[in-house]
Design a protein around this ligand. Structure first.
Ligand SMILES: Nc1nc2c(ncn2[C@@H]2O[C@H](COP(=O)(O)OP(=O)(O)O)[C@@H](O)[C@H]2O)c(=O)[nH]1
Ligand SMILES: [Mg+2]
Length: 452
């Protein structure tokens, strides 16, 4: 870690931190040892940026080759009290694509290097401003599409996951200290009479890991959305349902059966939960190869679904092969077209009646979807959620602890227990970035956007 820290500290990086395109303002960030000197070279105003007090901003001009590039606000954040922990300059210029590009160019000509994706946050991590889970939370914050996802990212940014992991690590370190003491001082007879207690401590550690692992599903849904697949016979109103839930006409709706041939995917925000809705080609016997491919896609989507929305036309007879007794918990049967008379086949049939052509025709459906989601996938009251990288590390840590537990049960030498506990510590350390920094850095920060 020290080597890396020195390597990055030498270079001053720059990037446009606001999204590409036109806006009222654009923000260019410059971070590194040379940031203040660089700002002095390109900024013209009453004072030099190197003379600004920290955390202040001034109006001035960015100048290159004696030509004014733009009028800007330039802010100075001195190390270590900045986002990156280094000297950090933020230049707010006018938000045109060309203007922001010219300001960035001026910074590059003055000696900065173009930042890699996530490099500002990477430096924040390397300079001890945040742990790895917090750095990852920055990305989740940027990508969050709903309030609940945002809250989860905020909690992670505040370090809740990191401190949870650190607490588990500390417990393992305590155990390891105990086990190693029994190795070093075999005559003290530490291991035997403490054996039962040690095992109980290990069990409680493993339980905490399992609890954290259980939040992985929650995390996946918050980040990627719950996959809800709308399926059913042709003309039942599947595309109409998608459009109604979205609030605009995304899919073509027509009385011609077989209108939807490809799967159509859109994300909606259902009371804070991102739901990825998939409208599919209707299921029916067809000889049309395109429609058949559409149905094959429907089946693949259904296999990967978290929730199935089975749409049926209540004005039409019950389709042959309709499985009444399908007790699959994650399927909601929806009888559509409740504005039309009900076909006798559906008499006394327990299903949610919906209508896609009437205002308020979906009242009750959102409720039912949210209820089903919270029953099977999410506990919206808990915002703590791990991502797939954390899950992989936790699984390995848990596997090492399980080995240690077996070793204890079999009464093997404490050296073996120590090896497994060290393995668990290593895997947990990867989550917060306490160990093996180099290996995990690249994969995590490569997913960031440039300028963050
Ligand atoms: N009366 C009535 N017609 C509907 C309702 N929902 C959809 N439709 C009509 O049913 C036909 C098929 O709808 P569509 O959404 O394309 O069905 P899909 O094939 O299942 O996607 C269209 O003519 C829609 O206007 C409804 O709630 N009531
Ligand atoms: Mg359709």
């Amino acid at each position: 870690m020290d080597a890396k820290q020195c390597a990055v500290a030498g270079e001053t990086i720059a990037a446009i931190s606001t999204p590409a395109g036109e806006g009222a303002i654009a923000l260019i960030r410059v971070s590194g040892e040379d940031a203040l000197a660089l700002a002095d070279r390109i900024y013209r105003g009453k004072e030099k940026p190197s003379e600004f007090p920290s955390h202040t901003q001034r109006l001035g001009e960015i100048v290159e080759a004696d030509r004014v590039v733009d009028q800007v606000m330039l802010a100075v954040h001195r190390a270590p009290a900045s986002y990156t922990g280094e000297d950090l300059i933020e230049i707010s210029c006018h938000g045109g694509v060309l203007v922001a590009g010219r300001v960035l160019e001026a910074c590059l000509h003055a000696g900065a290097r173009m930042a890699n994706p996530g490099e500002f946050t990477e430096r924040a991590f390397l300079n001890g401003k945040m742990d790895m889970t917090q750095a990852e939370a920055v990305m989740d914050l940027i990508r969050a599409r709903t309030d609940l996802a945002l809250r989860s990212a905020h909690e992670q940014l505040e370090g809740r996951l990191g401190s949870e992991i650190t607490a588990v690590r500390e417990k393992i370190v305590e155990m390891l200290a105990h086990v190693e003491a029994s190795i070093d001082f075999p005559d003290e007879d530490i291991a035997p009479d403490e054996g039962g207690k040690l095992r109980a401590r290990l069990d409680s550690i493993m339980q905490r890991m399992r609890d954290l692992l259980a939040t992985a599903e929650h995390g996946r849904i918050l980040r990627e959305g719950l996959r809800a697949v709308i399926y059913g016979p042709t003309n039942a109103g599947k595309s109409s349902l998608l459009n109604r839930l979205l609030g605009y006409d995304r899919a073509i709706v027509d009385e011609t059966p077989g209108t939807t041939r490809d799967t159509i995917e859109e994300v909606i925000n259902l009371r804070g939960i991102p739901v990825r809705l998939l409208d599919t080609a209707g299921l029916r016997a067809s000889t049309d190869p395109i429609e058949q491919e559409g149905m094959a896609r429907t089946e693949r989507s259904m296999a990967a679904a978290d929730l199935l929305l089975h749409v049926l036309d209540r004005n039409a007879p019950k389709p042959a092969g309709f499985d009444e007794n399908l007790t699959d918990q994650t399927r909601l049967v929806l009888l559509n077209k409740s504005d039309l008379p009900e076909h006798p086949d559906w008499k006394n049939h327990e299903a949610l009646r919906i209508c896609c052509v009437r205002e308020n025709g979906l009242r009750g459906l959102e409720e039912a979807i949210v209820a089903s989601i919270s029953r099977h996938h999410l506990r919206p009251e808990s915002a703590l959620a791990i991502n797939s990288r954390h899950r992989d590390c936790l699984r390995r840590a848990l596997a090492s602890c399980e080995l240690a537990a077996t070793t204890m049960t079999n009464g093997l030498a404490p050296e073996y227990i120590a090896v497994d506990l060290r393995g668990a510590l290593g895997a947990l350390g990867e989550i917060t970035g306490a160990d093996n920094v180099e290996e995990i850095l690249d994969s995590v920060f490569a997913q960031f956007c440039i300028g963050k």
